[in-house]
Design a protein around this ligand. Structure first.
Ligand SMILES: Nc1ncnc2c1ncn2[C@@H]1O[C@H](COP(=O)(O)OP(=O)(O)OP(=O)(O)O)[C@@H](O)[C@H]1O
Length: 198
């Protein structure tokens, strides 16, 4: 049975990094489910790799065609950034495993859309102090660094991923990315292989 493996976790827990590593493991045969966003592209990002970067007009057009499965808007200091998943026919969950990154809220919507037999949450966790250090280190490399937005996200995460919300979403399994990246990646790869044998 094929699955959609859905990576979630607070900001700077390593979701993007883990996603790229898992995609590179050819034997896992995971196809990326690329979400859409209206936020500006960051240095080092590529159109269609991390996200499809679109404007608000395109989002509205997609919504009018009924193709938006879930969307989430963030009120940032730069304006509203919307992240959303589109039923754009790249997705055939009968034949193929997929890997995606999203939020707890988008996970619940996608799980409700495709069913909990099909959607497997991979919740990544890093201790807050270490996570903030990693976020700051990453932000310093951006031109220009957006420290206010980084802080806003850090605080918003505490509410978005409260213990109550995790419980409500049925998240029971947690995967730590506090130590070396590859041990976390290997743990997740083992989980994915196990599902492939079901
Ligand atoms: N195991 C690890 N050890 C040290 N640094 C790590 C580890 N995993 C990821 N990082 C670093 O932490 C930073 C945050 O990682 P990444 O951008 O992948 O997080 P993210 O969860 O996708 O963040 P966001 O949700 O904010 O986009 C990056 O600079 C990345 O290189």
């Amino acid at each position: 049975m094929s699955s959609l493996f859905y990576i979630i976790g607070k900001s700077s827990t390593g979701k993007d990094t883990i996603y790229k590593e898992l995609c590179q493991k050819k034997e896992l045969n995971l196809r990326p489910l690329v979400m859409y966003t209206t936020r500006p592209i960051r240095d080092m990002e590529e159109e269609g790799r991390e996200y499809y970067f679109v404007d608000d007009v395109t989002l509205k057009q997609l919504e009018q065609t009924g193709k938006v499965i879930e969307k989430r808007a963030y009120h940032t200091i730069y304006g509203i950034w919307t992240y959303f998943t589109v039923d754009d026919e790249h997705l055939d969950l009968e034949k193929q495993d997929y890997l995606a990154i999203g939020t707890l809220e988008s996970y619940e919507k996608i799980r409700d859309y495709y069913g909990d037999q099909k959607v497997v949450p991979l919740y990544i966790e890093v201790e807050d102090g270490l996570r903030l250090e990693r976020a700051l280190e990453r932000e310093r490399k951006q031109q220009p660094p957006k420290y206010e937005e980084m802080c806003r996200r850090f605080l918003a995460d505490q509410a978005d991923y409260s213990e109550e919300k995790l419980k409500g979403a049925g998240i029971t399994q947690r995967y730590s990315n506090e130590k070396d990246l590859m041990s976390c990646v290997e743990t997740l790869a083992a989980v994915i292989r196990e599902y492939g044998q079901k």
